[in-house]
Design a protein around this ligand. Structure first.
Ligand SMILES: *Cc1c(COP(=O)(O)O)cnc(C)c1O
Length: 222
């Protein structure tokens, strides 16, 4: 058999990552395969080897990737990119989990969309643990207020917290802080860790890791 392809072996990557996660933590860690900017044949390869949980950054791209596949048994779609309020209804219609809630206005528009569509995605609040100017996410000092507001007003469930640590800092203190804040609030889910640090995330208590390039291979840059 000859092959001139250098297509990534997704089945092998997936098996390796799942093994690493099971060795890193005694609790269950969900592998969210981040399919943004990946070609369709790789999405299909992931489905073919049993992957069912996927993350997408943008609502429109997620629709292109997943709308026609929405009926696949067990499919779970996570929105992991920033959400604009005018996209709330599209997001509620497509996603099972929205990880990037970061302000009351988004909670309001998601609540309206959920009531309207009768669909109640699980929510995570994104925390800007590094207090970076440009980064989305609620500041740690405003978190309790947003948690209370979400619990009081959202008709579905607030499940946990998510963070993206600053690129130029060690991730561990951010992961530890996020886990501590989730525990303090009684929130069971913690989404932290990407291709470079999903093992660390799992070790520090992640229930969900978001892995793109280590799972699928490098993304298209266009
Ligand atoms: C793109 C992205 C990921 C995956 O990044 P990789 O480094 O390719 O694993 C994870 N989380 C978020 C929020 C992302 O935008």
């Amino acid at each position: 058999m000859t092959s001139t392809h250098t297509e990534p072996d997704i089945e092998a990557s997936r098996a390796r990552i799942l093994k690493e996660l099971s060795e890193a933590a005694s609790h269950e860690v969900e592998l969210v395969a981040v399919s943004k900017k990946q070609p369709d044949e790789r999405l299909q390869a992931a489905l073919d080897c049993g992957q069912r949980v996927f993350g997408e950054n943008r609502v429109q791209e997620a629709q292109e990737h997943w709308q026609a596949r929405r009926d696949i048994d067990g499919l779970r779609l996570h929105l992991i990119g920033p959400l604009q309020s005018n996209k709330s209804e599209d997001a509620v219609a497509l996603f099972d989990v929205i990880e990037t809630v970061d302000r009351k206005k988004i909670v309001r528009t998601l609540s309206e969309a959920a009531e309207k569509l009768g669909r109640y995605p699980d929510l995570l609040i994104q925390v800007n643990t590094g207090e970076e100017e440009q980064k989305s996410g609620v500041l740690p000092r405003d978190l309790d207020d947003l948690i209370a507001y979400t619990r009081e007003t959202y008709p579905g469930e607030l499940k946990g917290l998510m963070c993206i640590p600053p690129v130029d800092e060690p991730a561990a203190p951010h992961f530890a802080l996020l886990k501590k804040m989730a525990d303090a609030a009684g929130l069971p889910w913690v989404s932290m860790g990407m291709s470079a640090d999903y093992v660390l995330g799992a070790q520090l208590g992640a229930t969900h890791v978001r892995v793109g390039s280590a799972f699928f291979g490098e993304r298209e840059t266009a």
